[in-house]
Design a protein around this ligand. Structure first.
Ligand SMILES: Cc1cc2nc3c(=O)[nH]c(=O)nc-3n(C[C@H](O)[C@H](O)[C@H](O)COP(=O)(O)OP(=O)(O)OC[C@H]3O[C@@H](n4cnc5c(N)ncnc54)[C@H](O)[C@@H]3O)c2cc1C
Length: 403
């Protein structure tokens, strides 16, 4: 892959830059951990969509822009460079939209996708439960068919990012416990404002509340809101999960604080350190910069594959794994360079970028596949090691041992 822009990419980058500059007053201020109201973030995404810069990789017939993964990467880079927040509907665009495109009816696609890309509706992903995260197919939220053909939902989800301001969610449920666990699942679109849906925010150690518990008490979902066939939900969920892996750090986007930012921060702080600590900090800084280049280029391999129309393989897992590791190492160094300031919520620089990054990063090592599960994938698919024994693939779910 050539890392320089082609003339067409350079022209595209110029267009993105000019558009961001012209519409800056409507764009929500960024920084990975910046907060803005739902309305401000919706306006921001709608402004970018109207300019042709949201839903870039999705086909025009579905409300996307029909662009390329490289164009998407350019927009991401320029938004970060300009200090503009990422889209409020990142999960909607990255995971829910590809699922509705691949498995939804024409009616669902017409109803939902354009509004999703413009952030008129915000979406979330309702998969994980208290006893089913990595082992997602062990979930227990039930959908039982009513006499009129609609579905009655009962159960609990957890760690649902953005549920507190979402309008819709994609919901994975169990519809037949007599089948083996991967074969008795069904996916739905759920209206988050529906009676019986209760969202309870969870407080994180960073002080923020980005994810939630979501309870379903006798929620009725119309059969037209089903995504894919009854009991075929695992196949539908795999579309979501494949896209999630690329979206959460597998596509060359930098996790945590960008290496350039760390370098700037270190330059300002190094003179204040003792000679011994300065030497240690420089050694760490060198290692982090090298690792971050490695991680960035692994991400570029994913982009390269995507731009040729190929599905990314284990490099997406490797990219996420190494991206999380280097982000963690960088944030640790940033906090160490702060010295005493690191114990305060805001530094004498007037921001808490390093502390909030440090507190937020452990979550990234879990979201979208934990480090351990990604290592399993690399072990099995890259190194050819034997797969884990799976005794629960063929027996009925209802007879399986409950954890
Ligand atoms: C920031 C963040 C955002 C999230 N957003 C969402 C969201 O929007 N929607 C949603 O549905 N979920 C979301 N999640 C949940 C996430 O998908 C789960 O936390 C994740 O799948 C891990 O599941 P678990 O927490 O149940 O851990 P478990 O699966 O119980 O794992 C516990 C530990 O055991 C290890 N482990 C488990 N199985 C294996 C194995 N086979 N081999 C080796 N080690 C193993 C794990 O790696 C981990 O260290 C989010 C999580 C985080 C942290």
């Amino acid at each position: 892959m050539d890392f320089e822009d082609t003339p067409e990419e350079a022209a595209y980058r110029e267009r993105v830059r000019a558009y961001i500059k012209e519409h800056k007053s409507k764009l929500a201020p960024g920084g990975r951990y910046a907060d803005a109201s739902k309305e401000d973030q919706q306006l921001s995404q709608a402004t970018l969509y109207d300019g042709g810069f949201m839903g870039i990789g999705q086909p025009k017939e579905f409300g996307g822009q029909g662009g390329t993964p490289i164009q998407q990467a350019i927009v991401n880079q320029e938004l970060a460079e300009a200090g503009v927040a990422g889209p409020i509907n990142g999960i909607g665009m990255g995971m829910c939209a590809p699922t509705v495109i691949a498995h939804g009816s024409k009616e669902q696609q017409d109803r939902y996708l354009h509004r999703l890309f413009r952030a008129d509706d915000v979406w979330c992903q309702l998969f994980s439960e208290p006893a089913s995260g990595s082992d997602l197919a062990a979930l227990r939220t039930t959908a039982v068919r009513e006499a009129d053909g609609n579905w009655r939902i009962n159960g609990q989800k957890v760690w649902t990012t953005g549920a507190q301001f979402s309008d819709y969610g994609i919901l994975l449920t169990r519809t037949d416990p007599t089948l083996p666990k991967h074969r008795g699942l069904t996916m739905f679109v759920v209206d988050m404002h529906h009676p019986g849906v209760t969202v309870r925010p969870l407080r994180q150690m960073s002080g923020r509340s980005q994810f939630n518990e979501v309870y379903f008490d006798d929620v009725i979902i119309a059969d037209e809101e089903r995504l894919g066939d009854v009991n075929d939900g695992w196949r539908v969920a795999l579309t979501t999960l494949m896209n999630e892996r690329v979206n959460v750090g597998g596509g060359g986007s930098e996790l945590g604080v960008p290496a350039e930012e760390l370098l700037k921060h270190a330059r300002a702080r190094l003179p204040e350190l003792t000679e011994e600590n300065r030497a240690l900090a420089k050694r760490d800084l060198g290692a982090i910069l090298v690792d971050s280049l490695g991680s960035r280029y692994t991400g570029h391999r994913v982009l390269s594959k995507l731009s040729k129309g190929e599905a990314p393989g284990p490099e997406a897992s490797a990219g996420k794994l190494s991206g999380t590791r280097v982000a963690r190492h960088g944030a640790d160094l940033g906090v160490r360079l702060l010295g005493d300031d690191a114990v305060y919520a805001a530094t004498s620089d007037g921001n808490n970028l390093w502390q909030s990054t440090e507190a937020g990063l452990p979550g990234l090592a879990i979201a979208g596949g934990t480090n351990e599960v990604l290592r399993n994938i690399i072990g099995e698919r890259v190194l050819g090691l034997p797969a884990e024994p799976r005794l629960d693939k063929t027996s009925p779910f209802e007879g399986a041992k409950k954890s």
